[in-house]
Write a protein that binds this ligand. Structure first.
Ligand code: ADP
Length: 626
């Protein structure tokens, strides 16, 4: 039969090289990857056969068989799963099916020997890890459901080309034949195979078997199949029985994360809807989220041990997409489409239960393992913040999970809304916060001056998404969240003072056309001026964020109020000057200087730095001459 020779896609060649050369210390994962593919193929067939029983070709047993052939130096991983047609084999094994190829290459460049193995699984290049131990790989496959259809053979040395040939294959499914390197022949030893299967694939649901020779009493040799994996769906086992190591392996299998999970949530629910769940909270941001290909959301769904789908989005809200795990429920209909299933009522019941458990576990973790919680939060807290906006009904529970620095915490230490409330005096009505780029900048902000002087705590928010948190949350336990750089502060201003400064205020309003209003400030102590947005207007930080995102053009011209500090000597001198001679040419220069220093103090850039410098220099010249 004629063989066709085809080229690997270029990126794939690069990836092959990287995989083969960089994963050397983790060679044995090739078997895990191939077993996992075989198991997926069986799951797919089993799922499709629910509606198309003819696919089974009269045989509804499955297994993954590993055949070591010492003579030919080959190791074969054989499955009776769905199989591949000629077209799909070229598509699946000659290109990288997922669109993340580029992302994968970029990620690889940033990774090191430690993080690389995790990447390999993550981006779906598992099959190619076979070339770590083999100088040639032959795949024989036939699609399930049509015993008369021809099979296909794919073969490659992993160097850039592969060939495909039509073949006859009697049974459905796929055989992956590895022609092992001479230095990798230990993978033919049954002890080695046993060891790897136990280590990585023990919980695989389908039997993984090898042939072993047995002698009966009369010394007759027979060959029997031995199942190597215990096949226990660990989520169905009693919680206390599952060991830490088993969890670690299972978590690795689900997440491809090389670290241990930060928390294990294993529970079952009985009642209206029954289900068992085994969830893991990762200790750090999953790879796919780091490199932009944020495609994997949701959990694995099983119905009575039958695998239904990966990434079942209907099981968890989007903001909890970092949670990995499995849900198994007998109450879901087995033979409906995945799309319909995702909309079923029991599924949404399960979802709200899962959310409660996850949030409750986070709260427990925060209380009982604070340090672990803090490091979890620093990696993944940003997702929880999305929840404030997405999950209205759990808003307060999520707010309780947020950690913030404040004017009363050391740098790097946190308080919470609940603690803030406990510590605040009864007379205080609002929860004060200030948003900015970093703590250092916030600490020097003029907006904090009066709060510092009065000893009032202000939360310091430094995460870009905090803007959205405060916009969605707006209050906590009945107390309004109040930005200290917006709106007016509720302390009365002396009427005489107001009168005294009115001419200066009028002058500033008239000359500084970019301000909406000029008024006396009760938030300043050491500074002379600051700019203040309306209660509902856009703050300076948000403007800078949008500018950095390249959306500066969409911004309305900012219309902030200029507040002046009546107790400041510079302001008092100007008040006197305006009263003496409103037409004094110097006044205009001073007004500009006041405005520019307010712009700098809020952390923004002055529009015309050259003119600003010029004004300062003119003053220096005058002052130095005296
Ligand atoms: P991944 O499994 O992460 O998608 P792989 O490179 O391991 O990536 O496999 C690529 C694709 O090849 C799989 O998604 C699957 O469609 C197909 N494939 C691999 N092994 C088998 C198999 N044993 N049976 C059927 N299809 C397979």
């Amino acid at each position: 039969m004629s063989a066709e020779t085809l080229q690997f896609k270029t990126e794939l060649k690069q990836i092959l090289d990287i995989i083969i050369h960089s994963l050397y210390s983790h060679k044995d994962i090739f078997l895990r990857e191939l077993i996992s593919n075989a198991s997926d193929a069986i799951d797919t067939l089993r799922f499709q056969s629910l509606t198309k029983p003819e696919l089974l070709e009269g045989r509804s047993e499955w297994k993954i068989k590993i055949i070591a052939d010492e003579q030919n130096k080959t190791l074969t991983i054989s499955d009776d799963g769905i199989g591949m047609s000629k077209a799909t084999i070229v598509e699946n094994l000659g290109t990288i099916a997922r669109s993340g190829t580029r992302a994968f290459l970029d990620a690889l460049k940033k990774s090191d020997a430690q993080t690389r193995p995790a990447l390999i699984g993550q981006f779906g290049v598992g099959f190619y890890s076979a070339f770590m131990v083999a100088d040639r790989v032959t795949v024989r496959s036939r699609l399930a459901g049509d015993p008369t259809s021809a099979g296909v053979q794919w073969e490659s040395d992993g160097k850039g080309e592969f060939s495909v040939t039509d073949i006859d294959k009697a049974t459905r499914g796929t055989d992956v034949v590895l022609h092992l390197h001479d230095e990798d022949l230990e993978f033919l030893k049954s002890w080695k195979i046993r060891e790897i299967v136990k280590k990585y694939s023990d919980f695989v649901e389908h039997p993984i078997v090898i042939d072993v020779d047995k002698e009966d009493e009369s010394k007759n040799k027979t060959t029997v199949e031995e199942t190597l994996n215990s096949r226990k769906a660990i989520w169905l086992r009693p919680k206390a029985e599952v060991t830490k190591e088993e969890h670690a392996e299972f978590y690795k299998h689900l997440s491809h994360d090389s670290d241990e999970p930060a928390r294990i949530i294993h529970f079952s629910v009985e009642g209206a809807v029954e289900f068992k769940a085994l969830l893991y909270l990762p200790a750090h941001k999953p790879f796919e989220m780091l490199f932009g290909g944020d495609t994997r959301k949701g959990l694995q769904l099983y119905i009575q041990r039958v695998f239904i789908m990966d990434d079942c989005e209907a099981l968890l809200p989007l903001y909890l997409r970092f949670v990995k795990g499995v849900v198994d429920s007998p109450d879901l209909p087995l033979n409906v489409s995945r799309e319909l299933l995702q909309q079923s009522a029991p599924l949404s019941k399960i979802k709200s239960n899962l959310v409660n458990y996850v949030l409750k576990n986070l709260e427990d973790m925060k209380r009982d393992q604070y340090d672990a919680y803090v490091s979890f939060y620093q990696e993944l807290g940003v997702f929880l913040k999305e929840g404030i906006h997405q999950d209205w009904s759990n808003r307060e529970k999520i707010a309780d999970l947020l950690l913030y620095e404040s004017t009363r915490t050391e740098s790097g230490q946190f308080t919470t809304f609940a603690k803030y409330l406990l510590a605040m005096p009864e007379t205080q009505k609002e929860i004060y916060y200030l948003i900015g780029e970093n703590r250092e900048m916030l600490e020097h902000s003029p907006y904090l001056e009066s709060f510092k002087a009065q000893g009032t705590e202000v939360l310091l928010l430094t995460d870009p998404v905090d803007e959205f948190v405060v916009q969605s949350l707006t209050e906590y336990k009945g107390k309004k969240l109040k930005a200290v750089d917006k709106g007016s502060l509720d302390s009365a201003m002396d009427e005489d003072k107001k009168k005294d400064f009115q001419p200066l205020l009028d002058y500033l309003k008239e000359k500084l056309t970019e301000v909406k209003e000029a008024r006396l400030s009760n938030r300043l102590k050491d500074s002379a001026v600051c700019l203040v947005a309306d209660e509902w207007g856009m703050g300076a930080h948000m403007e800078r964020l949008l500018q950095r995102m390249g959306r500066g053009k969409e911004l309305p011209p900012s219309q902030r109020a200029l507040e002046i500090n009546p107790d400041h000597p510079a302001i008092q001198a100007l008040r006197d000057l305006v009263q003496r001679d409103r037409t004094d040419a110097r006044l205009e220069v001073y007004a500009r200087l006041l405005y520019d220093q307010a712009v700098i103090a809020e952390g923004s850039k002055v529009k015309d730095p050259v003119a600003f410098a010029q004004r300062i220099n003119d003053l220096v010249v005058k002052d130095a001459r005296i």
